[in-house]
Ligand binder design. Structure first.
Ligand SMILES: [Zn+2]
Length: 918
């Protein structure tokens, strides 16, 4: 699944609804549906019954029977009030049992029986909660007598309501038509059909879907046949290859289907690729088809295994909670990711499309062909897909230089990883709540960063060999991560398993300190020592026992290659080289560790910046700022360091500078230092702004788009950090042009100009933006307006803008764009946070269940003790009722307390330095 950090919309479900619906069962011997009220399980004679196992502590279903195959028949009319289905689930019964336990949530079972050894075993069903569950998710099937060991078939029929939280089976109205879509990962197939909803069960599915005539059904596999009977059409699909339940998918509606007309040059053996959209939208799909074809080809080549399924449909879904979902052969995406106007799409939108498509396609091998057998190894799916999206987009469009974006992403997740409340990449997952929490930056970005570090350590060839062997040996199976690690051990001859375990099984980020000594005879050596990196005020327990196996590489002045050593857990290590270098860079490749140097070490590195490549420069800046936050480097030292990078040619380095200044502005700049800070920021970016101008030059259209993105970063810093009046005025001129005619300003410029133009604007502009959002012809234009609606400095206007999100003007799955923008700025953050508290109940109606789980992240918007206490009191009881919200809240409150510590330690010094600066 693709989810991006700072999301404000996970998924889940309303407990009341579930309880209301989990209310009936039927007991029949001959198959006629006859709903009857829930009754307690029958008390049959001891000889014929076995005891019902309680819910398991580890969150798995009791091992009474194993599914072998599903035959599913669903009746789906998106315009009706709900859906119906029947299933035949072939089972292998381990021991004689008078119980079966599987998953179902919010479904009304209307009929159930088991067939075994020529006999019929009537059944009753009831629901119960799993361990740690916040609502009933286990379906208990009570048989009137024990089924013998061996093959059996569970026949079951049910009815269900459309899910209201964009998970399970849900419907969406687009224009005047209804459509139905599914989203099953992680634990929501059980909302659509009774099943053994665990990734370890990987079996074939035979699916047929009955719809009103005139609608189309699509599913994981090709359509095998269809038949019409009265007003209904039944679509039969070919049997799937073995799949876990979470990868099953289908969609029903009056769709447009567009085929890839011509494979792009240089591609070969592609599956048939189609784009599925709601009515009238497929004209915006050419880029998505081309991107999908190019990346599928690139992936098959890198991996050395053809695309594993018979066909590939990409589906543009108008309302979607996550970003995209890798269902085997039927990948679903937020519509705005796939549907782009080739004439106007922004650089960011094109790149984002490539990254998300690459991620979901990578899953067709990592996750789909070979599946992590339980959610504690989710990183195997998601870390790999994240690592692969960087790698494969870099192969497909090297000019995008996304390999450097990967470096920024790696440094970004280190802060989350250093929190005392952070998860380990690999840790027990018991409940649905735990599974929700596992979809976070630790699983995705840290997982990817560890894989990148392993690849650097053992080399690309060995890494690729190990991955290939792993995929070939385990194709169509569900396995644990140790299979991948042992494949990498074998391919490299190194102990990847132990190295990886030191990073995967504990939260935290190591910091390596480096002391260089020059020896007589023109040699140098450096002693390396590791300890956990901790921010000031960290409550993480320093038990002294935590250590990592770290492949450390130190780049010395004048050398092309780094000197490397494997730091074994706990033991000091040495690296050495020739000469006596004037500087060393302790992590020029940006592997997954931080480093410390004295201030003079950072100064020397900054002076030698032209001898460092882009990852080395990003890592230098990120580590220096980390030293400030650990209390080992004065904040004012950053003011001396940053100007070295004013003219840096790399967009990512400039973004890093902007990011550090943004964090300083938020946390450390006191009111009396604000004017001086603005001046300091303007000195960094004004010249760059003049060179770049506002509008993309003609030649940029054919290039990498990097200059366009650099312009965005520079204008953002000038507008929001330097608060430069002329920048804001110029933005307003462009915004007026855009409001009059959105096609008169290119999408990249509009994205920054229309937003900055809101800063000093009033209620009239808000009204214009609401109108522009309603009238927008493309999703990109709509998002420009939605974000700019949150761009007002005036608290009253911003509050009115926030109020509009509760109405029809903003869809539930668009709330993330609005809140994302409101939380991004120093001035709007506190207003937005207070508004969330004031409107909590209304917000939860719009974002029910865990769809609104990320709202608790607003608690991080605090930097004093009283603010933190207030947030804690408000959000704690609320998070307790939302699946997957408790850890994000703990992380947010901890971040807020770290902000308070850093401010107390460093704000006065930085402000003084700003005031003294000439
Ligand atoms: Zn994913």
């Amino acid at each position: 699944m693709a989810i991006r950090r700072a999301r404000l919309g996970a998924r889940s479900r309303d407990l009341v609804l579930v309880h209301a619906l989990a209310s009936a069962l039927a007991l029949t011997a001959c198959g006629a549906p006859s709903p009857t009220p829930v009754a307690p399980p029958p008390a049959a004679s001891a000889a014929l019954t076995t005891p019902l196992p309680p819910p398991r502590e580890d969150g798995h279903l009791p091992a009474l029977a194993t599914p072998l195959k599903y035959t599913l028949a669903l009746d789906v009319d998106p315009a009706s009030a709900g859906f119906r289905g029947t299933a035949r689930i072939e089972l292998d019964v381990a021991e004689p049992t008078s119980w079966l336990v599987l998953h179902a949530r919010g479904l009304r079972v209307t009929r159930a029986q088991v067939l075994a050894q020529g006999g019929v075993f009537p059944a009753r069903t009831s629901e119960r909660a799993s361990i740690g569950g916040k609502s009933p998710e286990e379906l208990v099937v009570a048989l009137d007598r024990a089924v013998p060991r061996g093959r059996a078939t569970l026949e079951i029929a049910w009815e269900g309501p459309w899910d209201e939280e964009l998970s399970g089976l849900y419907r969406v109205k687009d224009g005047d038509r209804w459509y139905a879509f599914t989203q099953f990962e992680a634990t929501d197939a059980r909302r659509a059909f009774p099943c053994f909803d665990e990734p370890g069960y990987k079996v074939p599915f035979d699916v047929s879907i009955t719809t009103p005539n005139g609608l189309l059904a699509v599913a994981n596999t090709k359509e095998a046949s269809r038949e019409t009977n009265g007003g209904k059409t039944t679509f039969h699909f070919k049997e799937t290859l073995p799949l876990p339940t979470y990868l099953l998918a289908f969609a029903v509606g009056d769709f447009d289907v567009r085929e890839l007309e011509r494979p792009p040059a240089g591609t070969s053996s592609l599956p048939p690729i189609r784009l599925v959209t709601t009515k009238g939208k497929s004209n915006l799909g050419a880029l998505a088809l081309e991107t999908t074809a190019g990346l599928t080809n690139a992936l098959a080549n890198w991996i050395g295994i053809p695309y594993p399924y018979e066909k590939l449909d990409i589906v543009a879904v108008p309302e979607f909670s996550a970003g995209a979902m890798e269902n085997a052969g039927l990948i679903t995406f937020r519509e705005e990711i796939l549907l782009l106007d080739p004439a106007r799409a922004s650089v960011r939108a094109r790149r984002n499309q490539a990254m998300v498509v690459a991620h979901e396609l990578a899953h067709q091998w990592f996750g789909n062909l070979v599946t992590a057998s339980w959610w504690n190894d989710l990183w195997l799916n998601e870390g790999f897909a994240t690592w692969m999206e960087w790698r494969i987009v870099d192969k497909w469009r090297p000019q995008y230089q996304v390999r450097f974006d990967a470096v920024v992403s790696t440094h970004g997740v280190m802060d989350l990883d250093a929190l005392a409340s952070a998860r380990a990449v690999r840790q027990p997952v018991v409940s649905t709540s735990d599974a929700h929490e596992a979809f976070d930056g630790i699983t995705y970005e840290k997982g990817a960063a560890i894989l990148a570090t392993i690849e650097r350590w053992i080399g690309e060839d060995a890494f690729r060999r190990g991955v290939r062997d792993y995929l070939r040996d385990n194709a169509h199976k569900s396995v644990q991560a140790d299979r991948l690690l042992s494949s990498l051990d074998k391919a490299s001859g190194k102990d990847v398993s132990s190295m990886a375990a030191s990073f995967l099984d504990h939260a935290g980020i190591p910091e390596v300190s480096v002391e260089v000594a020059c020896e007589p005879g023109s040699r140098w050596h450096a002693e390396l020592v590791q300890e956990p990196w901790r921010p000031l005020g960290s409550k993480a327990e320093n038990d002294g026992g935590q250590s990592w196996t770290i492949p450390v590489c130190v780049l010395a002045q004048g050398e092309k290659k780094s000197a490397c050593a494997d730091m074994l857990a706990g033991a000091p290590s040495l690296v050495a080289g020739r000469g006596c270098p004037t500087f060393v860079h302790p992590n020029a490749d940006a592997s997954y560790y931080r480093f410390s140097l004295p201030e003079s070490g950072f100064t020397k590195l900054a002076s030698a910046r032209t001898q460092l490549d882009v990852p080395g420069r990003i890592s230098l800046l990120s580590n220096a700022w980390a030293q400030v936050r650990a209390g080992r480097l004065k904040a004012e030292a950053m003011l001396k360091l940053l100007p070295s990078f004013d003219a840096d040619p790399s967009r990512q380095v400039i973004e890093e500078v902007g990011g550090i200044l943004g964090a300083m502005s938020e946390t450390l700049v006191a009111d009396e230092g604000r004017a001086a800070f603005r001046k300091y920021v303007a000195a960094r970016f004004a010249k760059r702004k003049k060179e770049l101008g506002w509008l993309p030059k003609k030649e940029e259209a054919a290039g990498s788009g990097d200059e366009t993105m650099l312009r965005h970063a520079v204008l953002r810093a000038m507008g929001d950090l330097a608060e430069d009046e002329s920048t804001l005025r110029e933005a307003d001129d462009l915004a007026r042009r855009w409001l009059a005619d959105p096609t008169s300003v290119d999408e990249d410029t509009a994205a920054i100009a229309v937003d900055l133009a809101s800063r000093h604007a009033g209620p009239a502009r808000l009204a214009e933006l609401v109108q522009a959002a309603a009238n927008s012809k493309t999703r990109e234009d709509r998002h420009v307006a939605l974000r700019a609606m949150m761009g007002f400095d005036d608290a009253a206007v911003l509050t009115s803008a926030l109020d509009t999100t509760l109405g029809e003007a903003v869809r539930a799955n668009e709330m993330r764009y609005a809140f994302g923008a409101a939380f991004a700025r120093r001035k709007s953050r506190p207003v937005a946070e207070a508004w969330i508290r004031a409107h909590w109940d209304e917000l939860r109606k719009k974002l029910p269940g865990s769809l609104g789980g990320s709202l608790v992240r607003a608690a991080s918007i605090a930097c004093t003790k009283s603010e933190i206490d207030e947030r804690k009191a408000f959000y704690t009881p609320r998070a307790a009722t939302i699946e997957g919200a408790e850890r994000p809240l703990a992380e947010s409150l901890e971040s807020a307390s770290l902000c308070a510590e850093l401010r107390a330690h460093s704000a006065a010094g930085l402000t003084r330095a700003l005031l003294n600066a000439k």
